[in-house]
Design a protein around this ligand. Structure first.
Ligand code: NAD
Length: 258
């Protein structure tokens, strides 16, 4: 957890999905460090417990709930559980995702449906579930984790990239429907980030290094803290005039050929 020395989430209840590892864990740590009462949700109970213990070891609060974001009834029950334990949710980070990739002719309908259920439909369900309370209280901030893949064509990126592209536009729908009620919604598009997520994409460390060097002008993968910094900014009052925005944090990956 980086020491930000800031307290932007004091007296805020923050829910982070996909918080067992990677970017979600870094976001949860950061929001807790900045004073938030953080709820973490994931399907991976063992790693979620590691995130929770890490937050509590630093003297902050964390409430863990194991749920599968692709099952709407489980998501809604998990949110009720969080609100009973910590109070109404002020900040939502919809971040859980899976990297189902492959060339179009090799993909099954099940691959497509599963990807959209976990990456896309889950965001609709979780946003809808917290919005009612945010609208009643006339305050709230939402960040949705999309991907740089949402913004370009990439060989082998269906259905992952389209599932994330839908989130870029869904962010704008949430933003316009709720801006007048004091609720902001932005999305963050990471490029290559060093998390377990990308392990299946490479057969060796050498291939990983070569791909990143070739594609990323900054010349390295991002680290989870660098994405967490952008998500925390989007959810904080520092971004009070920003909504519907797509914040690309990709080391220059989508700038085009260098
Ligand atoms: N790592 C990257 O290079 C990268 C790039 C662009 C976007 N992203 C996005 O960032 C987000 C976080 O990914 P990460 O890199 O931290 O990877 P990660 O694998 O470390 O984290 C993803 C988390 O989502 C959880 N998850 C998966 N399916 C779930 C389900 N059905 N229900 C509940 N939780 C579930 C996983 O258990 C895991 O904890 C994802 O949405 C991913 O698409 C990652």
């Amino acid at each position: 957890m980086s020491d930000t020395g800031s307290s932007r989430f004091v007296r805020r209840v923050c829910l982070v999905t996909g918080a067992a590892t990677g970017i979600g864990r870094a976001v949860a740590w950061r929001m807790a460090k900045e004073g938030g009462a953080v709820a973490i949700l994931d399907i991976n109970g063992d790693e979620l417990e590691t995130t929770r213990a890490g937050i509590e070891a630093r003297g902050a609060t964390a409430y863990a709930v194991v749920a599968d974001v692709s099952i709407p009834t489980d998501v809604r029950a998990a949110i009720s559980q969080v609100e009973s334990a910590l109070g109404p949710i002020d900040v939502l980070v919809s971040n859980a995702g899976v990297p189902i990739v492959g060339k179009i002719q090799d993909l099954s309908l099940e691959d497509w449906d599963r990807t959209f259920a976990i990456n896309t439909r889950s965001t609709f369900v979780v946003v809808q579930a917290v919005l009612q309370g945010m609208r009643e209280r006339r305050r709230g901030a939402i960040s949705i984790t999309a991907s740089s893949a949402a913004l370009v064509g990439e060989v082998g990126s269906a259905p992952y990239a389209p599932s994330k592209a839908a989130l870029v536009n869904f962010t704008k729908q949430v933003a316009v429907e709720n801006a007048a009620l004091g609720i902001r919604c932005n999305c963050v598009c990471p490029g290559w980030v060093d998390t377990p997520f990308n392990d299946p994409a490479f057969t060796s460390e050498a291939e990983r290094r070569e791909t990143v060097l070739r594609q990323v002008p900054i010349g390295r993968e991002g680290v989870p803290d660098e994405i967490a910094a952008a998500i925390a900014f989007a959810c904080s009052d520092d971004a009070s005039y920003m909504t519907g925005h797509t914040l690309v944090v990709d080391g220059g990956l989508t700038l085009g050929p260098s």
